[in-house]
Structures are given as C-alpha cells and as structure tokens.
Design a protein around this ligand. Structure first.
Ligand SMILES: Cc1cc2nc3c(=O)[nH]c(=O)nc-3n(C[C@H](O)[C@H](O)[C@H](O)COP(=O)(O)O)c2cc1C
Length: 397
C-alpha cells in the first residue's frame, strides 16, 4: 500500500506531522527557515510575550543537561519566553508564511504575570493578520511569571483557562491550541479549554524541577551568581509523563499536539498511538540539530508501510481503548521470568535486584547463568527491566 506522511491538523495540511515546538529551535525567523529547508512540517514560534519588564530578561546560564554517564536523559532550563519584540515577530511571521506557504506556522503567546486581557486580544488579532495557521496559548511554562500567579498558574485553574481562551476566541477565527501544564488535571484543563472554544490541546510543556545541587558549594545549579531557581525538565526523562497527558487529553475526543521526549520515529509512533494527531520536538533538536527530521520521516514512513497503513492518522489513538483503570486489569493473566541463556552476560544484576527488591527467585553464582525458581517468581518484571542484555523474557505461566 502507498503511504504518505501528509497530515491534516486543525484544517492545515502538513508535509509531515513533525513540528518544532515553541522553544530555542524556533527562536528566530532565520532558524525556522533553516528547519523548513531541512524538511520540518511546521513550527510553533518561541512564545510571544511582553519583553519590556526587567524580570523578563533571561538569566545566564539557564540550560543544563541531565546525564546518565555519556547519555543526555533530559534538559533542565529556566529560559523565559521570546526576547524578540512582538512587532518584529509579526513581520517575521508574515515573511515566513509567504516564503513557506506549505508549512504549518503557529504563534505561541503568553501575556501572563497577571493575565492581561487587552494584550491577549490585540496580539492574537495581529498574529491572525500576519497569516499564521493557528495560535498556541502557552498556559504552562513552569518558571518565570508562574511564581507570581501567571503562566502555568493559569493552566492549572479551569476558571483562568476559560477566561484567557474566551478572550482569544472572541478576538480571532484562527484555530486555538491550549498548551497545558503536565502537573495539572489534564482532563479538567482540556474540558475547560474546549468549553471556552479551544480547538486542540498541546501537551506537555516542561515539568517543574530543581536541576541539581553542587556538592562543594551546597548551592543549587545552574548557578546564577551563586543562586538558582526551580526550572523545567524536558527530553527523554519526561516521555512517560507526556504519553499519559496525551492519552488523557485525547480520551475526551480533542485533537492533541503531542510532545515531550520525542527523539526518534518509535517515540513518534507511540505518541500517535496514544492519541496525538501531530508531533512537536524540542530537546532532540537541542541535542542533535534539525537534521534528525530525515530519520524521523524515513522511520515513520517505513513503519506505516510495514503495518499496511497509509498515513500517520491511521495510528492516532489506536492504543487508547486498551488503557484501562488499574482495578479493571486482569488478575488471572500471570507471567514468569525466563532467561535466554545465549544472550546472558552472567553479570548477576537480575539476581541482586530480585534478592533485595523482589521475591528472592533468582539464584546466581559468579561466572554462572542465573537460575530462576518459577514457583518463587512473582512475575513483577523487575529482573527483565534491569538486565543490561535484554535476556530475560516474561513468559505466560
Ligand atoms: C530551553 C527551553 C525553552 C523552552 N521555551 C518554551 C517556550 O518559550 N514556550 C513554550 O511553550 N515551551 C517552551 N519550552 C518547552 C518545549 O516547547 C516542550 O514543550 C518541552 O521541552 C517538551 O518537549 P521535548 O521533550 O521535545 O523538549 C522550552 C523548552 C526548553 C528546553
């Protein structure tokens, strides 16, 4: 069967479902145009905001990689919204759209602190005139104005979501996406956004975090003249949270733009299966650059073909009917650990974990394969998770 990555999201046709999320990779017109030349299906610009207040100036440093050995498992950041004045962005948006009419272009906006109705309305109208395809209302940044009642504090309160979405809805005809905080009640937020006239939900923004503590100075990091602040966590580490949020929002029938730890086509396929209709990426581009779009597209297209499907939308939400309340899960289906010895490194990690956090079901001696006591095994899956060689399978009893 012929397959295509073409995707329609909120009436906009995209060459592929991959968008740059509102973040450093969409910081300027020049960057977005380079990403479009590399093949991205669209972009949401770095959030428009009021840039005049001193508290809105960025601190340095503000981005830190969270590592496991050599691997980046996430980023923490305390970056604020765009420092680029709104008037200049409006001209850039019009220019990008006229040069790349076949790409999706979203304007992210946030007039928080204390939500400023006049600015929400005026900037929404100006973005519509500039020709963007949709607006993304960023109600979810976990730092900056969040501490004084704005930003994510808007997205965690249904009444505040309804007010802001209502103002913008009255002001423009453009499709509206509401970007909700992952640490809020996603179901309630989605319903409030819908009731006020939003067309879609975007999840997730970064998770509220403390990046780390310096063991010599006992001060939090990254250090901004000796002090630090709570920040936002993104990347691989947040993917399971993001999938949960996508599935929760999609369950209420709203179109979802999914993001949070999409690094490769497999991640992308999971987000679609969890209910996303289009996909946004930030951290993977921060780590590897715009060039990942080639592998994302090739991999997803090959997967669609292998599954006999014709477009990404064929995957959207296919996992949802199988997400059940915990109490409804079968207690009859039982599995047991089995070691495929040909792959085993004889490291004993399975045995240590089972001994000290499981059911003492795996015996092991230095240099030997583990021996699994099927009667003692509870089937919890911990040993399979910690095995570095993937040699433990959980088999039906
Ligand atoms: C340094 C940095 C700055 C960000 N700035 C914004 C922003 O201005 N507006 C916004 O809506 N999201 C912002 N985000 C959040 C991302 O758009 C995205 O929601 C989040 O990083 C999860 O996706 P990822 O795991 O692919 O990075 C930012 C993320 C990072 C890492």
């Amino acid at each position: 069967m012929d397959a295509t990555l073409q995707t329609t999201f909120l009436g906009v046709t995209l060459n592929n479902p991959f968008l740059l999320s509102s973040a450093p990779p969409s910081r300027s017109r020049e960057m977005i145009e380079r990403a479009f030349d590399a093949g991205w299906g669209g972009a949401v610009i770095k959030t428009l905001t009021q840039v005049e207040s001193p508290a809105r100036r960025n601190v340095t440093p503000r981005i830190r990689a969270i590592r496991n050995g050599n691997h980046v498992i996430g980023f923490t950041n305390m970056e604020l919204a765009s420092m680029h004045p709104t008037e200049e962005w409006l001209a850039d948006l019009a220019a990008i759209k006229s040069r790349y009419p076949d790409r999706g272009l979203g304007a992210s906006m946030l007039y928080g602190g204390r939500p400023d109705e006049k600015q929400w309305r005026a900037v929404a109208r100006a973005c519509e005139e500039a020709g963007v395809d949709w607006l993304e209302l960023n109600l979810s940044c976990p730092h900056g104005g969040a501490e004084d009642g704005g930003e994510f504090a808007i997205g965690t309160r249904s009444d505040a979501i309804r007010s802001v979405v209502g103002w913008v809805r009255e002001s423009v005809k453009l499709p509206l996406i509401v970007k909700l905080p992952a640490f809020s009640d996603i179901d309630a937020g989605t319903k409030a956004a819908r009731a006020a006239g939003a067309d879609a939900v975007a999840v997730i923004n970064t998770l509220n975090a403390l990046s780390g503590i310096d063991l010599d100075t006992w001060r939090p990091i990254p250090s901004v003249a000796g002090e630090s602040a709570f920040c936002g966590l993104s990347g691989r580490a947040v993917k399971p949270v993001a999938l949960r949020c996508v599935a929760t929002a999609a369950a209420s029938g709203v179109p979802v733009s999914g993001m949070g730890g999409i690094y490769d086509w497999r991640d992308a396929a999971e987000f679609l299966l969890a209910g996303a209709s289009c996909l946004q990426v930030c951290s993977a581009v921060m780590e590897h650059g715009y060039g990942i779009i080639g592998d994302l597209c090739d991999g997803l297209l090959a997967y669609l073909k292998a599954k006999g499907l014709s477009r990404p939308a064929d995957l959207t939400g296919k996992a949802l009917p199988h997400i059940a309340p915990h109490a409804a899960l079968s207690r009859e289906a039982r599995v047991v650990a089995a070691c495929r010895q040909e792959r085993c490194l004889r490291c004993g990690m399975c045995s240590v974990s089972c001994r000290d956090a499981g059911f003492q079901a795996i015996a092991w001696r230095q240099g030997e394969h583990p021996r699994i006591d099927r009667d003692a095994c509870d089937g919890c899956g911990l040993c399979a998770g910690v095995c570095p060689a993937g040699c433990i399978a959980m088999e039906p009893r």
